[in-house]
Design a protein around this ligand. Structure first.
Ligand code: TXE
Length: 482
């Protein structure tokens, strides 16, 4: 495939150094193409282009920007199949998932914020003869840094509101998954989107991402990625008083209460555990089950997990493809081994060597879904983020114990509660120390809602009004009759 290039001021350019990197298809280990290994010099070029474009773009009206968002959504929709194919090739995820989740949500991110912008009105506050008007203006140029698990889904989740609010952008996708960001740039070119408003710089995090966070003319950073990287980004941005939104890691609990109708909820619990090979920060990686139904749940859960079709991501019937890379496969396998060392028993799955996937290249980074029981809920395997197709199974004897177990990690992103009594589930959810809780469902997303976590899962919220607030500055104008 043609080499991927940076996208600066509406032009596709190599890195100023000419250096490149290779991106690989993790399902077969084959190189796909090259991408620029950019540096701070390229970030400087991109930021200068964004700076140049800011006055005219921020002077456009909300209506004009809403029209552009719909045009982008229309063009993404026309290219949905190409996007799904590129995303599947770049990440190893099944084509069915790339269509249903990645490509579809990239379109709806633009459609949602276009419609949300149209319906959004600013409040006024009248008191003692004065009227206060909330006035929203762009931040200016913002830096968007995104991870490899949902590449275009998470990039467009930030691009859409950033554009709606009149900002210009310097974006950096993960170096592991540059393909669909590149395709978005091609789409913007094809619809004559104003040059310099959206810029893309490819490369390594410490070289390009770091330069974006450090650049004095990039006034806000929206970062999605691992907690360890989030700490570096925060340490760099904080003394510069930049606006900062951090969506970081998770170690989410799936809690099965004693009255859960297991036949009805099992599919949802398996999806929560293994969607995208567990490479979704919202996945439930710890399954906590009431002791009174543990044995019945365990048998049904393992049986359901064993029906997951793992294999070639290009096949329609495949439910689970490869993980993102051989390195990540090795990291996940190290946690399976750690689970055993910590006293866990592998009920199904395991390392690639002990539980091979049929009919896939040995160079592919494939792992079968793995369930480990018998671990303390404080074990490293049960508290550290694995970000792969591995869940640990635990039982509890009371709701209070379930809450204590669920809240016993450094993370606080999401969780799910499964019960026949939704009021009980809602009350239970309020005691969970996370940013998001689903009751009898999972990854059920209303884009108007606040999205984000607490503790080491991040700072801030995005979604609906929370995205508008992050990607704009507010001025309160108080008007008094003379
Ligand atoms: O993250 P990394 P990855 C988390 C998930 C997992 C991780 C996987 O929990 O831990 O993301 O994604 C760039 N300065 N979430 O491995 O390594 C890097 O190049 C600036 C949570 O990609 O943190 C990439 O573009 N940037 C999330 C991006 O940061 C730097 C949902 C993320 O890389 C950098 C999805 C630096 N020093 C994944 N170093 C959620 N909470 O929603 C690297 N990068």
């Amino acid at each position: 495939m043609e080499p991927i290039l940076n996208y600066i001021n509406g032009e596709f350019l190599p890195s100023t150094s000419g250096r490149t990197m290779e991106t690989v298809n993790p399902a077969n280990g084959q190189p796909i193409t090259t991408l620029p290994r950019s540096s701070a010099d390229d970030v400087e070029l991109a930021t200068a282009a964004a700076h140049e474009a800011t006055p005219s773009w921020s002077a456009t009206t909300m209506e004009e920007r809403i029209t552009w968002l719909h045009r982008i959504a229309d063009a993404l929709e026309e290219e949905a199949e190409t996007i799904a194919q590129l995303e599947s090739m770049d990440t190893g995820k099944p084509i069915s998932l790339a269509r249903r989740v990645d490509a579809a949500r990239s379109v709806s991110n633009f459609r949602f914020f276009a419609d949300f912008g149209k319906s959004h009105t600013e409040p006024t506050f009248a008191d003692h003869g004065a009227v206060n008007h909330v006035h929203r203006s762009p931040i200016g140029c913002v830096g968007l840094i995104t991870p490899w698990n949902l590449p275009l889904y998470l990039l467009t989740w930030k691009v859409a509101p950033a554009l709606l609010m009149g900002n210009t952008i310097v974006a950096k996708p993960s170096e592991l998954t540059p393909m669909t960001a590149n395709h978005l740039a091609k789409i913007l070119t094809s619809i004559n989107f104003p040059k310099g408003v959206f810029n893309l710089v490819h490369g390594l995090g410490p070289e390009v991402g770091q330069a974006i966070v450090e650049h004095p003319e990039i006034r806000g950073i929206s970062f999605t990625g691992g907690t360890a990287t989030g700490k570096i980004v925060a340490a760099t941005a904080a003394p510069m008083f930049k606006k900062l939104s951090l969506e970081l890691g998770g170690k989410n609990a799936t809690i099965v209460l004693d009255d859960a109708p297991l036949e009805d909820v099992m599919d949802g619990i398996v999806r929560a555990s293994f969607t995208n090979s567990g490479q979704v920060c919202l996945c439930g990686s710890r399954v906590l089950v009431d002791a009174s139904i543990y044995d019945r749940f365990k048998a049904m859960f393992v049986e359901a997990v064993n029906t997951i079709r793992v294999g070639d991501p290009t096949l329609e019937a495949t439910v689970m493809g490869s993980v993102i890379s051989k390195d990540h496969q090795t990291k996940v396998e190290s946690y399976i081994e750690l689970g055993r060392q910590e006293g866990g028993v592998v009920l199904t799955g395991g390392t690639a060597a002990e539980s091979p996937v049929d009919d896939v290249p040995s160079e592919g980074a494939f792992l079968r879904p793995t369930v480990i029981e018998g671990l303390s809920y404080t074990a490293r395997t049960a508290t550290e983020e694995i970000f792969g197709p591995v869940v640990t199974l635990h039982s509890f004897n009371s709701e209070q114990e379930a809450i204590d177990m669920a809240n016993a990690t450094q993370y606080g992103l999401a969780g799910s509660v499964w019960t026949a009594d939704t009021e009980r589930g809602h009350a239970f959810a309020q005691r969970m120390d996370t940013g998001i809780v689903w009751v009898n469902t999972w990854l059920n997303r209303d884009l108007r809602t606040p999205f984000g976590g607490v503790k080491q899962s991040g700072v801030g919220r995005e979604g609906g009004t929370w995205s508008l607030n992050f990607f704009s500055e507010l001025t309160n104008i108080c008007v008094q009759q003379p």
